[in-house]
Write a protein that binds this ligand. Sequence first.
Ligand SMILES: *Cc1c(COP(=O)(O)O)cnc(C)c1O
Ligand code: SF4
Length: 407
Amino acid sequence: MSCQNAMPPDGPIANQSGASQTVAVRPRMLRTREELMAYDPEREPWAQQLSRRYTHHSQLAGILEHVEDVPEGLYSMFNFRVTPYMAQLMDPIDPSCPIRRQYLPTGNELVIRSYEVRDSLAEDNSIGEPGSPVVHRYPQRVLFLVQNTCGAYCRYCTRKRMVSDADAAITGHAIDAGIRYIASHREIEDVLLSGGDPLILSDKKLDAILARLRAEAPHVRLLRIGSRLPVQLPTRITEELCELLSRHDVQMLNLHINHPKEITPLLVRRLAMLRRAGVMLGNQSVLLRGVNDSVAIQRELCMRLVEIGVRPYYVYSNDSAQGNWQFTVPLAEMTEIARGLRGWISGPAVPTFVVDGTGGLGKMPVLPAYVMQDGETGEVWATNYEGQRSRQRNLEQPANLQLCERS
Ligand SMILES: *Cc1c(COP(=O)(O)O)cnc(C)c1O
Ligand code: SF4
């Protein structure tokens, strides 16, 4: 990994008024807590804020207390990036803060369990065609990986094998090959731009990719984008971006919000712009130990999401990429958390809990059993969210039914 030292040297703070887009000096990192908290992310164009990201855990030591000092070797497995806005949300003292847990590395990451692998979803084996970054696993839909970096790096990332790795950068040639692949496979009805984070691309590049997909692959009915950047840098959502998504009829944007603390007034305002532009908003989160592994947090998160116009879509189990075990919630607990939502909160707020199968099986729902048929007797019994049971005679096999009841 070579991008570790890509930070600009410290220099005078560039024009902070935000009025002028021409900045001679790249903005510098905010080194002290005072400087960080005085910073207004709305007063600076988003791309400049990327230059202010923290790139080493030690840089946060001047800003937060109790930052674990992890070995340098960890950086050869996965990089470190945190946006100033994300750092503002971190608890200054408590290392168990859900935002800190997601972004600050711990030594545990260097401990790899025997079942953990680089590419646990075997995505590299599902590439539609060598040289094209299109994962074609399902019959009619694909993942198109258009960018391999992100706004900030989540320690539990399932694609840490390629995300942030300079050697895995996705070139313009690869994107061309991806568009050709999609254009020549008429069975593809649904394209999901993913990465890394597609919104790291400039509007101009995104515009070009979307325009070509719409022009060259008219068989694509649904265009979606998966991005965490709005959560890590809400100002990425601009009027220009909204206009461009709406012009190419990108029907859906899937966010990645894991905890209610990530839903700030700034994010809510920016997401409202996307809703006005007619983009459906969904949320895909990951169930993470010490971050959101309780019924209370999940209920609050899901209700808060629908409240701001975002439909909770999937909650993933944590994938078994290397060093991820420390975040993983076992199935029994996951199922209990899923059971704590259905019936207890609004129907549209209930996400589907899924396991993305190791080895490339695809996503499979984790479904607590509510309505079951007894294999022996054929009786159908339903159990509601409170544990009350009733027999559903109308759903049993016709052989078990008496056509005429005589008394
Ligand atoms: C998640 C995923 C999709 C999209 O799946 P949906 O259930 O339609 O959201 C498509 N391809 C791959 C490889 C995926 O992992
Ligand atoms: S935003 Fe997504 S792809 Fe990027 S580091 Fe986080 S989990 Fe990985």
